[in-house]
Write a protein that binds this ligand. Structure first.
Ligand SMILES: Cc1ncc(COP(=O)(O)O)c(C=O)c1O
Length: 353
């Protein structure tokens, strides 16, 4: 326990204090029964707090310390149209009393939106200044963000830019080494420390932090990242290695990433990033029906499809404890409503009945 506390205290990493921790950790007994084991748990990082939560809240809690220190009055950032990062950044900025400028890439939608829905609607409600660029998920509008910052500086503002690179930074990963410590604390008395954690991998930063935390804390927990197809496995694994090493250094540890510990699976991407697969939609419905737990259409449902498939294939031992890290993303369900058509009229009770 002492080691565990030291891990973060020695590092002198500061947090902005934006999220709610610890997030709940609980068993999923009905889903576990439905798929025939192993012991299944969920760590509810969809409940981290910032405007419907998600994994980015932990990362922003560290990343925004610099913005606070330089007394920024506007945060500029980018991602995709239905971005969980953009929503949580906008909420964080609102909580800190500063403005948000979002330059959103059309990403998987190709077109600019006809209406505001899901995450985009929430960004708008929370007061973000939003503009769109036609760009894919793997293109970086770094120069555009810099020129927005220059314009705002010329008008007397103090902008702080969060580039895409911040999302794969050592500091962002360190927040998940901290989450690993939190999870260890939660499971210490119950003996349910996960043998495995399954997590959705976008660029791999969350995976990197969990792995670094597990190694630094000397835990045997293995991390499985299920790629959602935003990047190639090669790129994800490279991010995991460098974010692991950077986070470890920041936290004062001499551990370095061992490529043999990195498990990134690309088998559950389906047709691509942002495109639900039959299996991911089934996993989403099954988790909802059995546990009352909502997953999102882009990240967590693909990770859960992976977990279920691995469990059915016997990848885990029956008495292994497997933790699903719920990384959030629920607001994106709404713009994906067409994947969940309502039942036909037969099921709807009418007034005359
Ligand atoms: C809901 C959700 N899950 C998982 C991820 C993936 O996180 P990472 O990029 O750290 O792999 C993201 C990132 O955008 C996300 O929004």
């Amino acid at each position: 326990m002492r080691r565990m506390v030291d891990l973060v205290q020695r590092s002198k990493l500061e947090r902005a204090g934006l999220g709610f921790y610890p997030t709940p950790f609980e068993r999923m007994p009905r889903l576990e029964r439905e798929i025939g084991g192993p012991r299944l748990f969920v760590k509810r990082d969809d409940l981290t707090g910032l405007a419907l939560g998600g994994n980015k809240t932990r990362q922003l809690d560290y990343l925004l310390v610099e913005a606070i220190k330089k007394r920024a009055d506007v945060i500029i950032t980018t991602t995709g149209l239905q971005s969980n990062w953009a929503r949580q950044t906008t909420a964080a900025a609102a909580k800190l009393g500063v403005k948000t400028v979002l330059v959103l890439r059309t990403a998987q939608f190709d077109e600019t939106p006809k209406e505001f829905d899901g995450n985009l609607l929430l960004d708008h409600i929370m007061g973000a200044d939003i503009s769109f660029i036609r760009m894919k998920i793997d293109e970086d509008p770094r120069d555009i963000l810099e020129s927005v910052a220059e314009r705002l500086t010329a008008k007397g503002h103090r902008p702080h830019v969060l580039h895409l690179s911040h999302m794969e930074s050592p500091l962002a990963a360190a927040s998940y080494a901290e989450a690993m410590k939190e999870l260890m604390g939660q499971t210490k008395s119950t003996g349910d420390l996960p043998d495995w954690i399954v997590v959705a991998s976008g660029c791999g930063t969350t995976h990197a932090g969990l792995l670094a935390g597990a190694k630094m804390l000397n835990l045997g927990t293995k991390i499985i990242g299920i790629s959602v197809g935003a990047f190639t496995k090669k790129k994800i694994d490279a991010v995991i290695e460098s974010a692991f090493d950077g986070a470890s250094e920041l936290l004062g540890s001499s551990h370095r990433a061992n490529p043999r510990d990195i498990i990134t699976l690309e088998d559950y991407v389906g047709e691509g990033y942002g495109k639900p697969s039959r299996e991911s939609l089934e996993a989403l419905r099954l988790t909802g029906r059995t546990e009352g737990l909502l997953l999102d259409p882009v990240y967590t449902s693909k990770a859960m499809a992976g977990l279920i498939d691995l469990a059915k294939k016997g990848y885990f031992k029956k008495d292994d404890s497997v933790c699903f890290l719920h990384t959030g993303g629920i607001p994106a369900l709404f713009p994906y409503r067409d994947y969940f058509p309502p039942p036909n009229g037969d099921h709807i009770l009418t007034e005359s009945e």
